[in-house]
Design a protein around this ligand. Structure first.
Ligand SMILES: [Mg+2]
Length: 198
């Protein structure tokens, strides 16, 4: 973790690592209990999760529609509407992950893939960073899902997806972020017009 040396508020805010206890070593997540020193020099513990990071990608079709997915998420025991996404494999660049996950989860390959930002979905207890992309120039084939993945595709107008944030039908943090980040990027750089007004 990098100290932000140019931040004038660092001495008022920074927490210094003193020791770590590695309490769970899983295939996806590493869980730690760290002891830290607070800015006022008192000590406390922080429970936190190391995550490899992930990429999420919004595919935009020439007619202005987008492809989202419906998926059951066990921890919340709910079905969520999400952008295609997945974790970074070791040594894999975020862009390669985005392209791979897009194809595996939707069957879409893309001629264009651009970064539109990133987000931290759980800053209170995890170091996970999700890299956001937009894809267009799409070609659709069969999904190549992992054996434990069950997904339904949902192709809807971009404006409808944005409305689903307001209505609460979309609650997944990365999906909200990627839709908003892509909308802002697309208004400036999009190669073809998309109606965001609904
Ligand atoms: Mg996924």
């Amino acid at each position: 973790m990098m100290k932000e040396k140019n931040d004038p508020d660092q001495s008022a805010l920074w927490e210094t690592h003193l020791s770590s206890k590695h309490v769970y070593d899983g295939p996806l997540l590493q869980v730690y209990v760290d002891t830290v020193q607070l800015p006022d020099e008192t000590k406390t513990t922080r429970d936190w999760i190391r995550h490899p990071g992930a990429s999420a990608v919004l595919p935009v079709f020439e007619d202005g529609s987008v492809m989202l997915l419906k998926q059951f998420r066990y921890p919340a025991r709910r079905i969520f509407v999400e952008v295609p996404a997945g974790k970074l494999d070791p040594g894999e660049s975020p862009k390669t992950t985005a392209e791979r996950e897009l194809f595996e989860e939707t069957g879409l390959s893309c001629r264009h893939l651009e970064p539109v930002g990133s987000l931290f979905p759980a800053i209170g207890y995890a170091d996970e960073e999700i890299f956001s992309f937009v894809a267009w120039g799409l070609d659709e084939q069969e999904q190549g899902l992992d054996d434990d993945e069950f997904l339904l595709k949902l192709r809807i107008p971009f404006a409808r997806a944005l409305q689903m944030i307001a209505s609460g039908e979309i609650k997944d943090a990365k999906t909200i972020s990627v839709l908003v980040q892509t909308r802002m990027w697309w208004e400036k750089n999009g190669p073809f017009p998309v109606d965001f007004s609904g």
